[in-house]
Design a protein around this ligand. Structure first.
Ligand code: HEC
Length: 130
């Protein structure tokens, strides 16, 4: 096998063994931002509880479903929402702007207010493990 192919192959293997490198950078920069805004000890268990908690009829699961490894369905439009778990959907938690945009929109829809930095840090801590 020629060397270029071997290098490319091993790079490919390395890349696939490290699927969350870029995501980790995005997540830690967001976490740093939240920490600066007062979220000192992100807590995945608290994030999970908040994700599942009902506010009236609404919760994060209303659209994302109760199994993050499976697609959800938008409560209003009925549109499919791809799985939230980064382990099955590597697109997830890979773009800070997207994460912030949807935190804003979805917290408002679900809780009737924006999420605090601490709440976002907790949810992110939990989501990234999924
Ligand atoms: C009314 C439906 C709906 C509800 C309820 C909802 N979401 Fe979402 N969410 C969406 C849609 C639509 C998208 C964007 C489409 C996509 O990325 O597949 C999205 C995307 C996201 C993303 C972006 C993830 C990424 O990196 O791609 C985050 C973070 C998120 N939601 C968090 C939440 C949280 C936290 C709650 C509960 C407070 C919540 N969502 C409740 C509809 C909803």
């Amino acid at each position: 096998m020629n060397r270029v192919v071997m290098v490319l192959l091993s790079l490919g293997l390395w890349a696939s063994a490290q699927p969350s490198l870029a995501d980790e950078a995005v997540i830690s920069s967001l976490m740093e931002r939240y920490r600066a805004a007062g979220a000192d000890q992100p807590d995945a268990a608290r994030g999970e509880a908040l994700w599942k908690r009902k506010h009236g009829e609404r919760s994060c699961e209303t659209c994302h479903g109760s199994d993050l490894r499976r697609p959800g369905k938008h409560a209003r439009t009925g549109k499919r929402i791809e799985a939230m778990a980064p382990s099955v959907n590597p697109q997830r938690l890979s773009k800070a702007r997207k994460i912030e945009k949807w935190f804003l929109r979805n917290c408002k829809w679900t809780l009737g207010r924006e999420c605090s930095a601490r709440e976002k840090a907790d949810i992110l801590a939990w989501l990234k493990q999924q």
